[in-house]
Design a binder for this molecule. Structure first.
Ligand code: TA6
Length: 281
């Protein structure tokens, strides 16, 4: 009989008062914060976390937690003008990273343990009325995360995962398209390789990414499967931005790479279903 469990717990690591849920499936475990519906930890085997959480992460005073898998919705990065008709001052990456989500469903079977969290918002600057977004999480021999919004509307979304790496200089991400938008310069860049490697700050949008990516150069390769995306974002702040960012230790850029499953188009309204599934090879 497999050991499965879903338990509420208060606190994770140094975030000692954070309301969380811990999932267990055999040897695998995951911890998700109700603040932001943010996965903070995924250990396919005990003691080996494939996600990175900043030791300086905070969660009070509407600060988003730095690390794990932040949920960005309904915009990505600075808010687009189409979603902000009144030009209000609005937070980066949408509003749900700093909301408390509700647990609305849970199941435990021999195939996996699953949770559904939901949050309803009624204060979007571009949409009148209430909208509910759901985040479904299944832990089995993989960790599968799906963000859903069944209201047809203009929206952007990303699962902004921070992956723990042994050494950023030896890390690579494949198989990426041969063209990307460099967010640091605004230019579209053509490359000859489907692999990204890291020796400086990187902030790239890869439109039309395939469904399977691999993070290599780490002790165990991480397979990232994605669905519903129209882009993947790859980000590492490098040293200068780490120093400037309050909740990142100065040299922490060496320990993580963000590989983000995203839906960024804002041309037409649609219903969202965005999945990222993680597995160690
Ligand atoms: O996904 C990359 C990015 O949009 C970067 O431009 C960088 O700002 C990062 O996300 C972190 O954003 P945050 O709001 O969490 O500080």
């Amino acid at each position: 009989m497999l050991n499965t469990a879903i338990n509420l717990q208060t606190g994770f690591g140094h975030l000692t008062d954070l309301p969380c849920i811990r999932l267990q499936f055999g040897e695998a475990s995951a911890v998700i914060s109700l603040y932001g519906a943010q996965v903070l930890s995924y250990q396919p085997i005990p003691g080996k976390d494939i996600l990175w959480l900043s030791p300086l992460a905070q969660w009070h005073n509407e600060i988003p937690i730095r690390g794990g898998v932040p949920v960005c919705w309904p915009w990505f990065g600075p808010v687009d003008a189409r979603l902000n008709p009144q030009q209000q001052s609005l937070p980066n990456h949408g509003v749900v990273r700093t909301r408390l989500w509700q647990l609305t469903g849970q199941t435990e079977t021999e195939q996996g343990v699953s949770l559904t969290l939901a949050v309803t918002v009624n204060d979007l600057p571009f949409y009148k009325g209430e909208v509910t977004v759901e985040f479904k999480l299944t832990l089995s021999d993989t960790l599968s995360m799906t963000l859903q919004c069944s209201t047809s509307m203009l929206q952007q979304a990303a699962l902004h995962s921070y992956f723990a790496v042994d050494n950023i200089g030896q890390t690579d991400v494949a198989s990426l398209p041969l063209a990307y938008i460099d967010k640091l310069t605004g230019e579209t860049v053509q490359t000859h390789t489907d692999k990204a490697q890291f020796s400086m700050e990187v902030d790239r949008i890869y439109p039309l990414t395939g469904d399977e990516l691999k993070i290599g150069g780490t002790q165990t390769a991480i397979l990232v499967s994605q669905q519903g995306q129209d882009a993947t974002v790859v980000w590492n702040p490098w040293q200068q931005k780490s120093i400037q960012t309050k909740d990142l230790p100065d040299d922490s850029y060496q320990q993580f790479i963000c590989v983000e499953t995203a839906h960024l188009q804002l041309n037409s309204a649609f219903t969202l279903e965005l999945t990222q599934k993680l597995q160690c090879s």
